[in-house]
Design a protein around this ligand. Structure first.
Ligand code: DGJ
Length: 731
C-alpha cells in the first residue's frame, strides 16, 4: 500500500511486514526516511540538521549552513549539489562538459499494477497484487527528468526499484553512472553478505563489516559473472539465520554491475546498486528526446534473520520473476551427455545412452556441445548452427525422432552469443564479432563473442536458431556462454557511443531470449555460462533454471548450493548426479550422497549409465522415484539451512518443510571422518512444535519440539561423505 501525504511530502510504502518511507522536503529534495520492519508513523523526526564543516549547501538555501546533501539521507543521490558520497547518478552535460545536477521533486503518481521496463527483465504482478509509485525529479539546467519507479508487492514483502531517465533538454547528455537504487541509513553497524567465486566454484559466502572505506563488488566482464553475484544482503551486525534485520538486494541484470557499501564521515551507511559500463564507467549518450531505463532492483526486508529473507526471495522469484509454462509445470528429469562423452560421440552412442536412461526412468535426453559445424573440440565450429550429419550419422530430425520414439523428450545445447574463428560464420561475417578494429581481439576458450549490441547480428542468430527449432522436435534448450566479454567495440555504433556496447550487448541477449520464448512457449530453456557465470534474477526471467556450476562434485556442490540458496530458489538450481572419481575434483563420493545433493535442485544425471554397477542402477531408479515423490515438497516447500559448511566442518545439513508443515525432508552429508568419532546431532527447523512426526527411514515418531530443540542424532560413525535423508510425516 502506497500513501502520499501532500501536506508533509511524506510517501509511505507498507507491505505485510515492512515499511519504506521517503519525503520530498520543503526544498524539493527527496530524502530517504526509513526502510525496515513495519512502523505505524512517519520517521521524519529522525532527520537532524547541524552546521557541518566541508559539507556544502545548495545555493537556494541562502545562509542556512545546516542543510547539506552530504549529511542528509537521500533517496537517489546524484553528483553535483554537494553530496560527496558515492552517487547513484552522474550526468555530463555535453553542451559545456560539466557534471552538475540538481534534482528536485516535480511529480508523484501512484497506480495499480506493476511498471515494466523497455527491453529489460522486470518482475511482474497483477493489478490486485502490485502497485507502482513513480516519483519524478527534474534538473532545470539540463532538462533531465528522472523517474524513480517503485513496484510494491505487499503480500511478498518486496519492493522493486528502477529508474527512467529522459533528456527533455536541448543539449546531449552523457550518463556516466545510473544506479538502480541507493539506500541510506542514518546510523548503525551493518554487514555486507556477498557471494564471490570463480569458474567451477561459484557463490562462496563472504560476510564483511561495512566500515569507513568503500566495500565494492561487481563485474567488469560483460556478464554478471562467476566472480561476484549480483545478489547481496545488507544485515544488521547481529543478524543470523533466525534473528535480526536484513535486506536482500537482487540486481536483476546479467551484465557488468557494481554494488557498493560504505560508512561515511558521520557514520551513516549507503548502499548503491546498479549496472556499470566498461571498468565502471557507463558513458551512455542521451540525445534530446531519448530515454534510458536502468535494470530493476528487488528489495526485501526480514526482521527475522536470513532464513526468512531467503523464503521471501525464493517465493518472489518463483512467482513474480520466473515465467512461462515451466513456472508451475514439473520440470523433466534429464540426462545430459557432456560428462559422459564430451565431444566423442556419434548418433548411435547417444541413442544407446538415451535407451539406457529411459529404462532407468529418465525423461529428457540433452545433447550437449559438439553436434554442429566442425566441432570436434572447443576450438572450432561455434556459430555454425547446422547439424554435423557426418559426425552424428543422421540428421537432427532423425536423432530427435529416435529419441522421442524411445519415450524421451529431446534437448539441445547452443552457445548463441559465440563464434569460433574457424567457422563458416566467422569467415562470412568477421564484422559480426566484438573486436576493436585496430587491435587483435582477446581470445578465451579459443572463441570470440558476437556483437549482440547490433540488431542485425541478433536477427541473424535468431534465424539460424529458428531454422533448427522448426525442423526438429526440441523441448529443451541449454543456452551456454563460455567466456568473459572483451573488445567492447561495435561496428554499428559511432565513436561517441562505444561506451554503450556492454549494456547494449545485454539488451541484445534479452531480446533474442524474449523472441525465442514467445515463439516456443513450451520449450524449457536452461541458462548456463560455464556453469553459474550468469546466475542472476535477470536470466531467470527468461530461463526458469540455470546450470548452477560446472563443478558436479557433491561436496563442492554443498558449498555452491549453500551460497546460491540465500538468494535463489531451488527451482532455479541446475544440478546433476555425475560419475566418480569426479571429473573436476577427483573425489569419490557415494552414489546416494550425489543423489541427495542433486535432488536439492532441478535434478538430473550427467554420466554414462552403461558404466554404472547393477547396485548403482537400482539406486538410480530409487532416486528417481524418490525425487518424483518429493517433488512438490522440494519445489514448493520452505528451504532451511541447518548448518553452514563454512563453520560446521563436520556436517552439512539442510531441509525442506511443506507450507502446511505436514511433511518435511531432512538432508545431511558428513564432511569429515575421525577416529573414535563424536556423536553428531542436528536441529531441524520449521516443524509444528506440538505435532508428532513419523520418520519414514527409522520408523520412529517424535514431536516437532523434541526434534527441533532437543535435536536429532545422526547414525554413529558415518562413512566418508555419507549422505542421509529423513522423511517426516505428520502422524
Ligand atoms: C560449459 C557448460 O557449463 C558445460 O556444462 C558444457 O555444456 C560445456 N560448456 C560444453 O562446452
Amino acid at each position: 500500500m502506497i500513501k502520499h501525504d501532500k501536506k508533509t511530502g511524506i510517501i509511505t510504502i507498507n507491505t505485510k511486514n515492512t515499511t519504506y518511507q521517503m519525503q520530498a522536503d520543503t526544498h524539493g529534495i527527496l530524502l530517504h526516511l526509513y526502510y525496515g520492519r513495519k512502523i505505524h508513523f512517519d520517521a521524519s523526526h529522525t532527520i537532524q540538521y547541524a552546521d557541518r564543516g566541508f559539507s556544502g549547501n545548495p545555493y537556494d538555501l541562502g545562509s542556512d549552513r545546516t542543510y547539506s546533501l552530504d549529511a542528509l539521507p537521500l533517496e537517489y543521490p546524484f553528483y553535483g549539489e554537494g553530496d560527496y558520497r558515492n552517487p547513484a547518478l552522474i550526468i555530463k552535460n555535453e553542451k559545456d562538459g560539466s557534471l552538475g545536477l540538481d534534482l528536485r521533486v516535480s511529480d508523484i503518481e501512484i497506480s495499480k499494477g506493476k511498471y515494466s521496463l523497455k527491453g529489460l527483465p522486470a518482475s511482474y504482478g497483477a493489478e490486485n497484487e502490485a502497485e507502482t509509485l513513480s516519483v519524478t525529479l527534474k534538473d532545470s539546467i539540463t532538462g533531465l527528468t528522472v523517474r524513480l519507479l517503485y513496484g510494491v508487492f505487499e503480500g511478498y514483502d518486496v519492493i522493486t526499484r528502477a529508474v527512467k531517465l529522459t533528456n527533455e533538454g536541448t543539449a546531449p547528455l552523457t550518463i556516466k553512472k545510473a544506479a538502480s537504487a541507493a539506500l541510506d541509513f542514518l546510523y548503525g553497524d551493518y554487514r555486507l553478505i556477498s557471494f564471490y567465486g570463480r569458474h567451477a566454484m561459484e557463490r562462496n559466502l563472504c560476510d564483511s563489516l561495512i566500515s569507513h572505506g568503500r566495500l565494492s563488488i561487481g563485474s567488469n566482464r560483460g556478464t554478471s559473472s562467476h566472480q561476484y553475484n549480483p545478489f547481496v544482503i545488507l544485515a544488521d551486525s547481529g543478524t543470523n539465520e533466525d534473528f535480526g534485520g536484513c535486506i536482500g538486494v537482487h540486481l536483476m541484470y546479467s551484465g557488468s554491475f557494481e554494488i557498493s557499501a560504505e560508512k561515511d564521515q558521520y557514520d551513516q551507511t549507503r548502499l548503491v546498486a546498479g549496472l556499470s559500463g566498461i571498468c565502471g564507467e557507463l558513458d551512455w549518450l542521451l540525445q534530446p528526446g531519448e530515454d534510458f531505463d536502468t535494470p530493476e532492483v528487488i528489495l526485501t526486508y526480514s526482521k527475522d534473520g536470513l532464513t526468512h529473507l531467503s523464503h521471501n526471495t525464493h517465493s518472489f522469484i518463483n512467482n513474480c520473476v520466473i515465467r512461462g509454462s515451466f513456472k508451475d509445470k514439473r520440470r523433466p528429469i534429464l540426462i545430459n551427455n557432456w560428462e559422459a562423452t564430451y565431444f566423442d560421440f556419434d548418433g548411435e552412442r547417444l541413442i544407446n545412452i538415451a535407451k539406457d536412461a529411459k529404462n532407468l526412468g529418465i525423461e529428457l535426453f540433452v545433447l550437449d556441445d559438439g553436434w554442429f559445424g566442425k566441432r570436434e573440440d572447443d576450438n572450432t565450429g561455434l556459430g555454425d548452427w547446422k547439424v554435423n550429419t557426418g559426425k552424428l550419422g543422421m540428421t537432427l530430425g532423425e536423432l530427435s525422432r529416435r529419441i522421442n520414439e524411445l519415450g524421451l523428450s529431446f534437448g539441445l545445447w547452443f552457445e548463441p552469443e559465440a563464434v569460433s574463428e574457424d567457422s563458416d560464420m566467422y569467415r562470412a561475417h568477421p564484422e559480426y564479432c566484438l573486436r576493436i578494429p585496430s587491435r587483435p581481439p582477446v581470445r578465451a576458450r579459443y572463441q570470440l563473442m558476437l556483437d549482440f549490441a547490433r540488431q542485425e547480428v541478433v536477427d541473424f542468430v535468431y534465424e539460424m536458431l529458428v531454422d533448427i527449432f522448426d525442423n526438429a522436435n526440441i523441448s529443451y534448450m541449454k543456452w551456454d556462454m563460455n567466456r568473459s566479454l572483451s573488445d567492447f567495440y561495435s561496428d554499428a555504433l559511432s565513436k561517441d557511443r562505444q561506451g554503450e556496447v556492454s549494456h547494449r550487448y545485454v539488451l541484445g541477449v534479452y531480446d533474442l531470449l524474449e523472441r525465442l520464448i514467445k515463439r516456443y512457449p513450451d520449450m524449457l530453456i536452461e541458462g548456463c555460462s560455464g556453469g553459474g557465470g550468469r546466475f542472476d534474477a535477470g536470466m531467470l526471467y527468461y530461463t526458469p533454471q540455470v546450470w548452477c556450476s560446472d563443478n558436479t562434485d557433491a561436496i563442492d556442490r554443498l558449498f555452491i548450493q549453500y551460497g546460491t540458496s540465500f538468494g535463489y530458489p531451488i527451482s532455479a538450481v541446475g544440478s546433476h548426479v555425475s560419475a566418480v572419481p569426479n571429473h573436476q575434483t577427483g573425489r569419490t563420493t557415494p552414489f546416494n550422497t550425489r543423489g541427495i545433493v542433486a535432488m536439492s535442485g532441478t535434478f538430473g544425471y550427467e554420466l554414462d549409465p552403461a558404466k554404472l554397477t547393477d547396485e548403482e542402477r537400482e539406486a538410480l531408479k530409487t532416486q528417481i522415484e524418490r525425487f518424483k515423490k518429493d517433488y512438490d515438497l522440494i519445489r514448493h516447500g520452505d528451504y532451511y539451512r541447518l548448518t553452514s559448511p563454512y563453520s560446521d566442518k563436520e556436517l552439512c545439513a539442510w531441509m525442506f518443510v511443506s507450507k502446511d508443515k505436514k511433511t518435511a525432508v531432512i538432508n545431511a552429508v558428513s564432511l569429515n571422518n575421525h577416529g573414535n568419532p563424536v556423536f553428531k546431532y542436528i536441529n531441524p527447523k520449521g516443524l509444528i512444535p506440538d505435532a508428532v512426526y513419523h520418520i519414514e527411514e527409522s520408523d520412529e515418531a517424535y514431536p516437532g519440539d523434541a526434534l527441533m530443540y532437543a535435536g536429532l542424532p545422526l547414525p554413529y560413525a558415518l562413512g566418508e561423505y555419507e549422505g542421509i535423508q529423513w522423511h517426516l510425516n505428520l502422524t
